[in-house]
Design a protein around this ligand. Structure first.
Ligand code: GLY
Ligand code: MN
Ligand code: MN
Length: 412
């Protein structure tokens, strides 16, 4: 349990205004002589079942989490070269939803870290006035907001800002790595709390509840994705998240749960034996998946890719086939039916250019698994890994994954 000063330090961890500014500068440099227009996420407050989730590219460039804002970036030499448009105050809505920032508020520039704040009532006319004569226009052409932006200058050619922002998002800054490490550390606490509680007769949702409780208890906003807690036959369903079944002694329990803290996601899976001991068959398969994971992590380095024909997944497949049992006359890797991993950041499946080689500063998962429904066995082991100059550093290594160590922990 972290001490109080550590908890306060964790709570204070955030990305500075100057880092957001630097990201916007880098985007301008990547898309020179251009106007870039991005819309924040829509206001979902009229739907009580929908949380406000900021559009992640908008958040990456601003750190602003309120809805219905608009960001306009202009070429470096323009004055101003960035404008944030905020919805005007609405007394009635603010009685329901709480105070929101608006143009003209005292200190709104310091609050947002952007020196020109205007009312969102005039964003379209301002974009027309400031951007119409520029040689290039960019927005997120692949998102639902594209139509609203393009309509402002309907005869202009709008190019996609997505790939340039994705390239920036793929390389995590030192501060982002700290933020991800915090989400990982909280997720590890949640997994350990689940291990402490897991026993025959409990329902899967009770494990999910314990883990969500641990995540919220640490001040994190939410689960980064629907908790997957699957026992026995449910362990063989990749994205099982009904979590309704009760678990029996001798079954495997697959737990894929991660926290979202200060908007950064973690994604961690462990597979543990209900009742505390792997049986011989489970252990044989577990060792094959664990060895495959270690082989894949050893293959991670700059220049390699996470793609289906890359060296990282091939290392996992080879290990399974050389060290694991055959199943129904098939090599074990036939039962490894998904990708080896993905980037993680503001989103659990974070922005990434398909097939792009790994680079130092990338944060990815390595998550081999085998799923054998006819044996009621699913095993996945998923860790988060930082790509370094020469290889990889496992950021979630504090959560045991060796079978004997898991059994020791479950016996406590
Ligand atoms: N938890 C989702 C995934 O592993 O990709
Ligand atoms: Mn994953
Ligand atoms: Mn996962």
């Amino acid at each position: 349990m972290p001490s109080l000063p550590v908890l306060l330090l964790l709570a204070a961890l955030s990305v500075s205004h100057s880092e957001y500014q630097q990201r916007r500068t880098r985007l301008r440099q990547a898309l020179p002589n251009s106007a870039i227009v991005l819309l924040a996420g829509p206001d979902t407050s009229s739907d009580p079942r929908s949380p406000m989730l900021q559009e992640p590219n908008f958040y990456y460039l601003t750190g602003w989490s309120e809805p219905s804002a608009v960001l306009l970036l202009l070429p470096e030499s323009a004055e101003p070269n960035e404008i944030l448009f905020l919805p005007p105050h609405n007394e009635r809505n603010e009685r329901y939803e709480g105070r929101r920032a608006a143009a003209g508020d005292n200190g709104v520039e310091a609050l947002t870290g952007i020196s020109r704040i205007l009312s969102a009532d005039i964003w379209e006319s301002e974009v027309r006035r400031l951007a119409a004569d520029l040689p290039k226009l960019h927005t997120l052409t692949q998102t639902s907001s594209a139509g609203a932006v393009k309509r402002v200058l309907p005869n202009a050619e709008w190019a996609d800002a997505g790939p340039a922002i994705t390239r920036l998002r793929m390389t995590k800054s030192p501060r982002e790595i700290d933020m991800l490490q915090r989400s990982i550390d909280v997720s590890i606490e949640a997994h350990l709390a689940a291990w402490k509680r897991a026993r025959p007769g409990l329902y899967e949702y009770q494990i999910a509840a314990t883990m969500t409780g641990a995540i919220l208890e640490r001040g994190c906003e939410r689960n980064a994705y629907r908790p997957v807690v699957g026992a026995g036959p449910d362990s063989a369903i990749l994205h099982y998240s009904a979590n309704r079944r009760h678990m029996d002694r001798g079954e495997l329990l697959l737990i894929d749960v991660g926290a979202e803290c200060a908007c950064y996601a973690a994604d961690i899976t462990r597979t543990i034996p209900v009742g505390g001991r792997f049986n011989a068959r489970q252990r044989e398969l577990y060792e094959a998946v664990l060895g495959a994971q270690k082989a894949a992590i050893a293959a991670v380095k700059p220049g390699e890719s996470l793609g289906p024909r890359g060296a990282v997944i091939q290392a996992a497949r080879d290990y399974m086939d050389q060290h694991g049992p055959q199943i129904n006359g098939q090599s074990l890797s036939k039962y490894f039916i998904h990708g080896i991993g993905h980037h993680v950041g503001l989103e659990v499946h974070d922005a990434a250019a398909p097939g792009e080689p790994l680079e130092p500063g990338n944060v990815i998962t390595i998550e081999p698994g085998v799923y054998i429904p006819e044996e009621n066995i699913g095993i996945r082991i998923e860790d988060m890994v930082l790509v370094t100059a020469h290889g990889a550093k496992v950021l979630s290594s504090a959560l045991p994954r060796d079978a004997a160590e898991i059994e020791r922990r479950l016996a406590k």
